[in-house]
Design a protein around this ligand. Sequence first.
Ligand code: MLT
Length: 264
Amino acid sequence: MQMQLDGGNLVFDVTGKGTPMLFIHGYPLSRKIWDPQLASLSKVAQAITIDLRGHGDSSPFLGAYSMELLANDCKRVLEFLKIKSPVVFCGLSMGGYISLALYRSDPLLFKGLVLVSTRAAADSAEGKANRDKSILNARQNGAAAIADAMSPRLFAPGTLQDQPELVEKVHHIILAASVNGIVGSLQGMRDRPDSSQILDRISCPTLVVHGMEDQLIPVKEAETMSSRIQNSQLIKVERAGHLLNMEQPQIFNTALVEFIESLG
Ligand code: MLT
């Protein structure tokens, strides 16, 4: 499906029946990263998987993508689908930053929250400088250079060795991102505010899931978030990196189904 927005299109899929659940992918990926979840969830959740602006099949909108702008896009998709009941939001990495931005503005939209491979803190000075280098790299060399630099860092070493077809699939997903999407997201992530102060205010049931071998975001960040969110549960997944939902889908799917069922 697709909807028009700000002179472009946002593309998304809706599958399954049950609790509405919006899946928000990380940078610079697409809704395809959630493929390994869809069959397992189809009896308990109505899964809405979206391609954020500039990513996957959505239009290559120009400009900086603040986390608030992307959160508002997600809200507009729910409005388009006329979903009125509270929703479970599942955000991976940048998708987690977006989920926290959405919680800040619209806490009542949340029936539950799943934070995957993400953090609440803002970028460090070094992190911001790295964003600027990546922006230059993307502008000069395109999505292929970003795919080459990122692909090996998205997985645990064991996944890189044992699942080359998965690494290849993700490489292709990154190649589908537009340069506008890559640059816009990097600018938005670089400038995002620290969300740590809202952790104490999150009252919906929350599941925090993190790969023990995440090369991009240390597991310590997940421990910090979970210790501050009152109604939260932390699951650390062994032999998994940043894309743990693709690397260890059975463990992730079981945790998700149990979480959704626990919401009643
Ligand atoms: C992501 O997976 O969304 C990004 O790696 C997050 C980040 O760069 O901070």
